[in-house]
Design a protein around this ligand. Structure first.
Ligand code: EPU
Length: 422
């Protein structure tokens, strides 16, 4: 894995210019899985050039799908004949989104086997919601040689209540329901914009889905869709992370190609912190104020504050005057990175698995840190840029999983980040 060497700006507010947002990782990965619902294949455009997309295309190819890269950010995916129903365990163990393939695969082929999905270690990340849904739709679940095996000749529509409003759970069951016989209703569904963009796309391609963007989704299932075109929406998490950099270090940063209507929780937090910003239709311009006010973060399901922005915002809180609280309600393992922020000089107390207190402002010092997951990795990049002295961020590959050539884009607006191979 490579590492980033970051020159600290010692609090100098020197970032300026425009920085474009790429397509959303957590939207495009689900679109790749949706390709199994089509008879004549589908196009994907505006895909970010990131590791997770490459892994997803590898899994699809190993299952027998034809994946053609038709441009830097464009793909055509099609399936002819029947698929290999084993989701390639080596890759699936590295990628949480691999589980999203299980719904369309099971619905299309009547069988799927897969390992417990991997991904960022940010909590237990169980998959009971998926299993409960498949059982209700008539499937049988067993385990063999460390793999789950799910079988059902033809999935049946069902009423399903989600114990928790899982994002990937909603997307997966919604896709399975498109091919199931009859009507499926998902209660307590997730309403994240990524769920909406997937549903919009499936509907445009002929699926009968209602209620996406609310907590109750109804899908009338039937047959394979013909063909479709998915345009990846902008990544709201990347946009929020870049806006945070503007808030701590920006002379003036304009985050472009984003959708501020999906960033209300972020912009509300900026208001609380006294951060001047201007939000247009597809950009957010942010400046760092003289004084950042303390504020509290409580993560929650959309439209609440996104858990994926909790770590980048913690860096902002280290620069705020006074005491701020973080309450992470979604995952129980997502505060560990704060130990490293503390080593960099931040005033941090981790109260328990879900809560932390940050006292600011503090002068951060460059350190050698290891990125534990992609969002905390981005937070380390931000902290290293704020700090005095150089930092090394190891496991840069984790950051590459979600952010396309991040150092190139940040260096263009005034950062000094180099990549080196271990
Ligand atoms: N949960 C269960 N059982 C399940 C599924 C989920 O208990 O069967 C719990 C989880 O453990 C968690 C909560 O429900 O406590 C919410 O998890 P969810 O299933 O919504 O998360 P996810 O679908 O696995 C997606 C994103 C995450 C993002 C979360 C929350 C993808 C590929 N991943 O994960 O993104 O944090 O929703 O918004 O869409 C990231 O990009 O860095 C990332 C972790």
């Amino acid at each position: 894995m490579s590492r980033f060497i970051v020159k600290g700006l010692s609090g100098r507010k020197k970032l300026s210019g425009e920085i474009p947002v790429r397509g959303a990782k957590n939207a495009v990965l689900k679109a790749f899985a949706a390709s199994l619902l089509f008879k004549k294949g589908m196009e994907i455009s505006n895909a970010p050039v990131i590791e997770d997309v490459l892994k997803m295309t590898d899994i699809l190819r190993s299952s027998g799908a034809n994946v053609t890269r038709s441009g830097e950010r464009s793909y055509f995916v099609s399936v002819s004949g029947s698929l290999n129903t084993v989701i390639e365990p080596k890759i699936a163990k590295l990628l949480r989104s691999s589980i999203v393939l299980t719904g369309p695969m099971l619905a299309r082929e009547g069988r799927v086997s897969f390992p417990h999905p991997g991904g960022c270690v940010i909590g237990a990340r169980p998959i009971d919601v998926f299993f409960d849904s498949y059982r209700r739709m008539g499937a049988k679940i067993s385990e063999k040689d460390g793999m789950y095996v799910i079988e059902c000749d033809r999935l049946k529509g069902a009423d399903i209540f989600f114990r928790v409003p899982s994002v990937t759970g909603t997307e997966t069951v919604m896709m399975a329901a498109v091919l199931a016989k009859g009507v499926t209703r998902i209660f307590n569904a997730a309403c994240e914009p990524e769920v909406q963009s997937l549903a919009d796309f499936l509907k445009k391609s002929g699926a009968d889905i209602k209620g996406e963007g609310t907590h109750e989704i109804t899908v009338k299932g039937g047959k394979l869709l013909n063909t479709g075109k998915f345009v990846t929406p902008p990544d709201r998490i990347e946009a929020g992370s870049l806006a945070v950099l503007g808030a701590v270090l920006g002379k003036k940063i304009r985050v472009t190609d984003c959708d501020p209507s999906h960033m209300r929780a972020v912009l509300h937090a900026f208001e609380s912190a006294g951060i001047p910003f201007l939000a247009g239709k597809s950009f957010v311009e942010v400046k760092s104020p003289k004084v950042i006010r303390n504020f509290d973060i409580k993560t929650g399901e959309y439209p609440g504050f996104p858990t994926d922005l909790q770590a980048p915002f913690a860096v902002l809180l280290t620069q705020a005057v006074g005491q701020s609280k973080i309450f992470e309600t979604i995952f129980e393992g997502r505060l560990g990175y704060l130990n490293d922020l503390s080593r960099m000089g931040a005033g941090v107390v981790i109260c328990d698995q879900h809560r932390a207190i940050i006292d600011g402002p503090s002068s951060l010092r460059g350190r050698d840190v290891e990125s534990p997951d992609l969002r905390a990795g981005l937070a380390f990049l931000a902290a290293a840029m704020v700090a005095e002295g150089d930092s090394v961020i190891r496991n840069a590959g984790f950051i590459d999983r979600g952010y396309e050539k991040i150092e190139d884009r940040l260096n263009k607006v005034g950062a000094e980040i180099k990549r080196a191979d271990d």
